[in-house]
Design a protein around this ligand. Structure first.
Ligand SMILES: [Zn+2]
Ligand SMILES: [Zn+2]
Ligand SMILES: [Zn+2]
Length: 297
């Protein structure tokens, strides 16, 4: 019985999640779309929390069961309280998620035809991240994969603001480096171990605003910047080099973009400005590397 409930909740939740993103893309202070996004994200949230709890084996605590059959779920208020009293840490804040529920009730029960509410708009974006983050961390399921990269949703100003605020919030707890995304320009490029787009084990820098990512094991590399001294902010195109061992790179912090080199001996990336050594038309990061190469000749 649980398996069926779980599957239905999951599939409907995923559909509503994607539709919510579609709606969020269209929200703006200059139109009346916010209410559609609010109602949809509230439904997504409700389905998600039920799915989460059922999958974790809590069905009996959130539903009325008679003769082994599910009669109905308890009121969502009750279920949400149960969720928050049974989870230690989460990407979402109860009071913000609650606001979405309240707004949804006002829209549905009182026909509230309110205009723009920036706080509410930000809450629904945080709610998207809450659902995605929890789904990924708890079950290894990514709801954001398969989207175009960069995703056009990143041009929505409210989406950008909501994503940047969520990252700020996470950063006060976890303290990680945040960079401007070279693709969409939002201040939202972060290490994948914080809240990734997918459960790829490779280390990467990922933009939560446009979903673009840089795999810094296979395709890209990061080193410290020689100009602004920021650590691991210099993003390098690992796969493309010229005949002089040069790779294109750019500091995500200060914007400087002089080429870097890959040492002929140890294959480490370095800034030529920091000093380098040459022999036989090959470039080396240190005199040691140069000597090792010479000895093997
Ligand atoms: Zn981006
Ligand atoms: Zn720099
Ligand atoms: Zn070297």
């Amino acid at each position: 019985m649980h398996v069926n409930n779980e599957k239905e909740l999951y599939e409907t939740c995923v559909d509503f999640f994607h539709f919510s993103l579609q709606l969020i893309r269209e929200i703006s202070p200059s139109n009346r779309n916010l209410k559609f996004a609010v109602v949809n994200i509230q439904i997504t949230l409700e389905l998600f929390i039920k799915y989460y709890l059922v999958r974790q084996g809590h069905l009996e605590n959130i539903a009325d069961i008679k003769n082994g059959k599910l009669k109905n779920y308890k009121k969502f208020d009750t279920i949400m309280n149960y969720y928050f009293s049974n989870t230690k840490w989460s990407y979402g804040e109860k009071k913000e998620l609650k606001k979405i529920l309240d707004a949804r009730n006002l829209i549905v029960h009182k026909g509230l035809r309110s205009g723009w509410d920036n706080d509410l708009a930000i809450y629904i974006i945080k709610c998207v991240l809450f659902i995605h983050g929890t789904m990924l961390n708890s079950f290894g399921i990514s709801l954001l994969k398969g989207y175009p990269q960069p995703n056009p949703i990143s041009t929505n100003l409210t989406w950008r603001e909501g994503i940047e605020q969520s990252i700020d919030k996470l950063n006060t707890k976890h303290n990680f480096s945040v960079f401007h995304c070279p693709e969409c320009g939002a201040y939202s490029l972060i290490p994948s171990n914080i809240i990734g787009l997918d459960s790829n084990p490779d280390e990467s820098l990922e933009c939560l605003c446009c979903f673009y990512f840089y795999n810094i094991e296979a395709e890209a590399a990061v080193i410290n910047c020689y100009k602004c001294s920021e650590s691991k902010s210099y993003l390098i195109d690992r796969l493309n080099s010229d005949e002089r061992q040069q790779h294109l790179g750019k500091c995500l912090e200060c914007g400087i973009n002089t080429p870097v080199r890959k040492c002929y001996e140890c294959e480490r990336f370095y800034h030529p400005n920091d000093g380098e050594f040459t022999f036989d038309n090959n470039y080396f990061c240190s005199s040691d590397c140069k000597e090792i190469y010479e000895e093997c000749m």
